[in-house]
Design a protein around this ligand. Structure first.
Ligand code: AMP
Length: 295
């Protein structure tokens, strides 16, 4: 595995891979890697000839007062995980490499960036879309892998790739969870033992609604009520919404198309998100895992 820190060093490496006809996979991350990231890297390694992983804590997607400075870091562990998951290149740019002096051009996502997290993190998806577009241009991957864990992010990025004719296939990998249901997240590192127990309320709420859905419950309001019961254990519920999986509009009445039940909540000062996809037909459900998305 090659470790590179500058675009100038990365470009010739990628050019030689491309010239050799290699299919390049890309996994953008903010580091403090866990098995969720591992799953993305492994999927990329299985489907591509070479996998580029980036670790970059992108300042432009954090709002004032968010956890940019406290974002956990452990480069040595990250390097080992990348190696074990079969990454070919680890790209570790500095902030000044990605945003040199004078930088002023951004990607402005449309209405898909407004609901859910967008409502509570103004500018977040603008920052995400901009840095992902930059990395797509730097790496020029054939496939790029994102986790379902950040559901709205996958929808915004897929829309951006289509809208801007970016020649990359967006792949979505199912959320990796602990055996008790907790979605793996770098931010779980901030939870103490008691916090971790309260964090389980997120997946418990989602799984309760999913179980009811699987048993035939289709009423959106009822499904939200079912999810809300375990969620009473979090310190503050930011949102719980059942939305159309493609357009992110709230579903009223019966769930008659693929939907995403999305939650954001605080456990102590740690903000956690999670989601579950509810698909009226199994075939449609597969559409949000590991396949190029069509909106
Ligand atoms: P992050 O480092 O949090 O920016 O995440 C980098 C990528 O890993 C994103 O595409 C995330 O959606 C994905 N990811 C994070 N946690 C998980 C998880 N538990 N399962 C699957 N993918 C994940």
């Amino acid at each position: 595995m090659r470790v590179v820190r500058t675009i100038a060093d990365l470009r010739p490496l990628l050019r030689s891979l491309k010239e050799a006809g290699k299919r390049i996979g890309f996994v953008p991350t903010m580091g403090f890697l866990h098995e969720g990231h591992g799953a993305l890297i492994r999927q990329s390694a299985a489907r591509c000839d070479a996998t580029v992983v980036s670790i970059f804590v992108n300042p432009t997607q954090f709002g004032p007062g968010e956890d940019l400075v406290n974002y956990p870091r452990d480069l040595e562990r990250d390097q080992n995980l990348c190696l074990e998951a079969d990454a070919s290149v680890l790209f570790l740019p500095e902030v000044s490499e990605v945003y040199p002096t004078g930088f002023q051009t951004h990607i402005e996502p449309g209405p898909l960036a407004e609901p859910l997290c967008g409502r509570f993190r103004p500018g977040h998806f603008r920052g995400v879309a901009t840095v992902v577009a930059k990395f797509f241009n730097i790496v020029q991957p054939d496939l790029a892998f994102f986790g379902q864990k950040d559901f709205q992010q996958t929808v915004v990025i897929r829309r951006m790739a289509r809208d801007l004719n970016l020649p990359v296939e967006i792949m979505v990998v199912p959320t990796v969870r602990e055996s008790d249901g907790l979605a793996l997240s770098s931010r779980n590192a901030h939870l103490g033992e008691a916090g971790r127990r309260r964090a389980l309320c997120l997946s418990a709420g989602l799984m309760a609604a999913k179980a009811a859905f699987d048993q035939g419950q289709r009423d959106a309001a009822r499904l939200l009520e079912i999810a809300r019961v375990p969620l009473s254990g979090v310190d503050s519920l930011q949102y719980l919404e059942l939305v159309d999986a493609h357009h992110l509009e709230p579903i009223q009445g019966a769930v008659d198309r693929t939907a995403a039940l999305c939650v954001a909540a605080y456990v102590g000062s740690t903000r956690l998100i999670d989601n579950v996809v509810l698909a009226p037909s199994a075939v449609e459900g597969l559409n949000v895992s590991l396949s190029p998305q069509s909106a």
